[in-house]
Design a protein around this ligand. Sequence first.
Ligand SMILES: Cc1ncc(COP(=O)(O)O)c(C=O)c1O
Length: 383
Amino acid sequence: MPDPFKSKLPDTGTTIFTVMSAMAREYGAINLSQGFPNFDVDQDLKDLVLEYVDSGFNQYAPLAGVPELLKVLSEKIAGLYGVRISAEDEITITAGATQAIFTAIAAVVHPGDEVILFDPSYDSYAPSVRAFGGVPVPIALHPPGFRIDWDEVMKAITRRTRMIIINSPHNPAGKVFRDEDIAALKGIADAHPLFLLSDEVYEHLVFDGLPHLSMLKYPELYARSFVVFSFGKTLHATGWKLGYCVAPPALTDEFRKIHQFNVFCVNRPIQHAIAAYFENPETYLSISAFYQEKRDHFARMMKESRFRMIPAEGSYFMLADYSEVSQKDDMAFTRELVREHGVATIPLTPFYAKPPSGQRIIRFCFAKTNNLLEEAAGILSHI
Ligand SMILES: Cc1ncc(COP(=O)(O)O)c(C=O)c1O
């Protein structure tokens, strides 16, 4: 009889996002915790989905994705980043970015391989590495800048380093890569035979005119990269769980070997609908301005509070230091906020393998209607 308790992920419990959303429901709180919008998908896109369901596009899609969507994405990438990506050989549609991340790791990480990642980090990275016998090597980023110290990265690289996971715009810190980050990555790529997994799910949420420095733009970096995107973030449709992975043909081959036995293919009618919707680039080009307005609105209202907001350059998250409000640790403080004030947020320490002591920071998601943001800011300003 196999030991049923020999867990592959013994330290992994319920994610903090699930915990806080459940608490938000229990206390009827305003939910600024989990990263999803409280407004609906564009009616035109919903109509397109219904149209494709009605016209019978309801059976398996091709493994890599429907050709119409792959073509639109390749054109979108050419328009945004000035590079030619093969629709057939370099793009795979996945069940959200999470499956793309998991599949990329499954494709190249062997037992004992080390994978460098930056804490605070999205919670799927480290468990996915561990699930395939890899060893996560977390490097901590520090407030308020949360910038990567590339000298520290150089020191952390060993002969076993197989991959570095990067994420710009960054969840939860809201920071974006600058030219110096790209220069450092190029130096590392020159010196070490490792892969990059670039999580770019917030590519269309970059503010203040800053460019999104995608790995797709730099041939020497792209040559070793899996670049991951999410339709959920771009289309306000996180519940559809659709995303894609862009990688050079040889890496895409390896990616698809895993993908075909993991899901084989993903939701077909919605793929067709997105292909038709993206024919108009405004559908994605307008997203940055839309969210920048929300970021500014929320930040302006929070000026009335004792929370010290940490400026977000991208993503739909904003961090705040609450040291002037409470001396409790962030787990206790976020629970108190839900129970006693009816606002759900996310503590920062669960994003770290080794939580820094004395840090009093929480995360707000501002992908919410303006009246909900106003209501939340009203409450938070009186604490
Ligand atoms: C940084 C980051 N990567 C990946 C994902 C997952 O995206 P998806 O919902 O498409 O799986 C999220 C979702 O919150 C995220 O914030």
